[in-house]
Design a binder for this molecule. Structure first.
Ligand SMILES: Cc1cc2nc3c(=O)[nH]c(=O)nc-3n(C[C@H](O)[C@H](O)[C@H](O)COP(=O)(O)O)c2cc1C
Length: 215
């Protein structure tokens, strides 16, 4: 059965990344009436940061060459590690069960919100492969970071996530849908770029709706 895992990470409820993610998810759900849809709001219900017991689980998995997710729980040997595993297990189960992983995230400080980073830290174990799953990132940024933009080199959001998916999940073909120049809505110094933002925003919503039908 088709399964979509949808993550939100914006601290705002009226958020552009949420809106784009919702457009994708709405189309996907219409196209997969019998599918399973799982939504997790990492901003409203943050997952905890990893602690020492989590690192012990990770070290055990690494030392024993365990690459099968179903065998990770063999690493649990202490009550602290059991408590850490209790947090990880449902997050990992959701991720592994998904055919499509949709991450709606703002750019914060040139990168991703710490709520999303905390989730990535929880669910990522050594030599994991999620190859075959499709990753879609719906994103909003205050400025512009496309090719040729003066601030292009500061984009540690898309670059980070692309490298992360490739390096840790063996997923090379993540799709990014971005609405740039969002700060033109609020920053008088960027107001002259509002029409550009509106066009990018409308295009991102259209792309999200179209891709949601196809995935
Ligand atoms: C804490 C914070 C940090 C931000 N840092 C950046 C940044 O480094 N670069 C940028 O272009 N926009 C930055 N922005 C602007 C957001 O990317 C922009 O408001 C975007 O619309 C947020 O996505 P959302 O609408 O889904 O919440 C920041 C906003 C916040 C609240």
């Amino acid at each position: 059965m088709a399964t979509l895992l949808h993550l939100d990470a914006s601290a705002r409820r009226r958020s552009i990344s949420r809106e784009i993610g919702d457009a994708f998810a709405g189309s996907w759900r219409d196209a997969h009436p019998g599918g399973t849809y799982v939504h997790r709001d990492l901003a409203a219900e943050p997952v905890p940061h990893i602690g020492e017991a989590w690192t012990e689980l990770c070290d055990h998995v690494l030392a024993h060459g365990i690459t099968d997710v179903d065998r990770y729980k063999e690493a649990v040997r202490t009550p602290e590690q059991a408590a850490a595993w209790e947090i990880v297990e449902p997050l990992l189960a959701e991720l592994v069960a998904a055919d499509v992983v949709l991450i709606a995230t703002p750019m914060y400080n040139y990168s991703v919100p710490s709520s999303l980073k905390a989730w990535l830290d929880q669910v990522t174990f050594p030599r994991m492969s999620l190859a075959g799953r499709r990753f879609v990132v719906a994103t909003a940024r205050g400025g512009a970071y496309g090719p040729g933009a003066p601030k292009a080199r500061f984009d540690h959001q898309e670059r980070f996530l692309r490298d992360f998916f490739a390096g840790h999940f063996a997923v090379e073909d993540a799709t990014f849908i971005a609405a740039e120049l969002a700060n033109s809505r609020v920053d008088p110094a960027l107001a002259h770029r509002r029409a550009e933002h509106d066009a990018l925003h409308a295009a991102a919503l259209g792309t999200a709706r179209d891709l949601g039908k196809e995935y």
